[in-house]
Design a protein around this ligand. Sequence first.
Ligand code: 4AD
Ligand code: MG
Length: 463
Amino acid sequence: MNRTRISEVLKSEAIGSIFTVMGWVRTRRDSKGGFSFIELNDGSCIRGLQVIAESSLSNYQDEVKRLQTGCSIKVTGALSPSPGKGQSVELKAAEIKVFGWADPEQYPLQKKRHSFEFLRTIAHLRPRTNTFGAVARIRNSVSLAIHTFFQEKGFIYLHTPVITGSDCEGAGETFRVTSLDLDAVPLKGGMTDFSQDFFGVPANLTVSGQLEAEIYALAMGDVYTFGPTFRAENSNTSRHLAEFWMVEPEMAFCDLMGNKDLAIDLLKFIFSWVLKKCPEDMEFFNRFIDKTAIETLENLVVQDFEYLTYTEAVKVLEKAKEKFEFPVAWGTDLQSEHERYLCEKVFKRPVVLVDYPKEIKAFYMKLNEDGKTVRAMDVLVPKIGEVIGGSQREDDYDTLYERIEEAGLDPDAYWWYLDLRRFGTAPHAGFGLGFERLIQFITGLANIRDVIPFPRTPGNVSF
Ligand code: 4AD
Ligand code: MG
């Protein structure tokens, strides 16, 4: 079909040119002068195109005057300067064709503000709203920013498996993948007999592509993954999804400082990209969702991030006057209330925390000389808390072997991971950036369920 996207029409400002546009009616308003204003949106940008439909159109009475929010139409007409407020151009319709009607008695999206909770129940229609259209465009643009950042630095984009036989973090929060008949599970010695399952062994959805990324980093230097990850943790919070996207760079011949610098460079690159490439959508979030959205990003592009150790952070938190729900003491994991306190109240900027106690971090993180802490790195931001988690990796065979055992894991299952430390081991490091947490931070949206098209959370797998 011969059509022009509304974003192109608005950009062109080619007064007098004939355009054909197609989209969904946001509103129709009839003027006393015997013509109608139609606000048309096609998802290409947040702005709609104002269409002027004169009563001289052959289908004016029969169709145009019956157009309602949600109808889809095609309009051909000449671009004209708009005398009205709110837009500089409008399309004077010479022809309007209706593709699809939307009965206003039944169409759930009417021209009023709907709650985010309600919109989650109509995830098949919510991309037609301003907020969800803007989120989709920001996600798209940030994805390109991420690939551009790494590609310009010569990183190889690596596709790691979604189904895996290894459990990266060693935690039991995985989704099992099976083709066994769950109503008649084969047993052997009272346990499930996985030898009869599809892979012959238990298999899971991946919680992270990191271990496989390490394999390629120790062959190619700098690699990154960007894919879906799955966690069956039963945390019904505004920052957890059961399915989310993660960006995981992994670099050989790199220590924790190089890792930290890359993380900060990446975030700054993304924030300045969004400001430059998505000004209209950011303007929208700034106006309707978070009045500080743009200012926050602008500051971050130039601001230094705070950098301190876990031990130093715990001292700061122990002295805090703030009443925390969870108490803080050396050795406990930080909660998002603590992370936010550090960013929002103490340092008023993002914070990079390093050197966490080994007990609260994964087995693969490099043990420090103190024998108590590991070269872990979390990047914390205001409003969200942790957006990035990473580390320098343990590259010593014996230490790694011990750490695997300490974590209660079976070293045999990690034979290939250990092999990387037997043959040409090298210092290496990487991190995981939670894509949805990042989008939450950029847009100011309070709930992570509203920054992914189809959220998967405990009890919710609709659409
Ligand atoms: O800190 P995490 O668990 O780190 C890893 O998975 C490492 N293997 C990464 C690496 O070093 N390559 O997760 C990384 C980030 C978190 O900082 C957070 O932003 C996000 O992933 N994340 C989640 N986002 C949404 N829902 C969840 N359930 C998340 N769990 C982690
Ligand atoms: Mg983490």
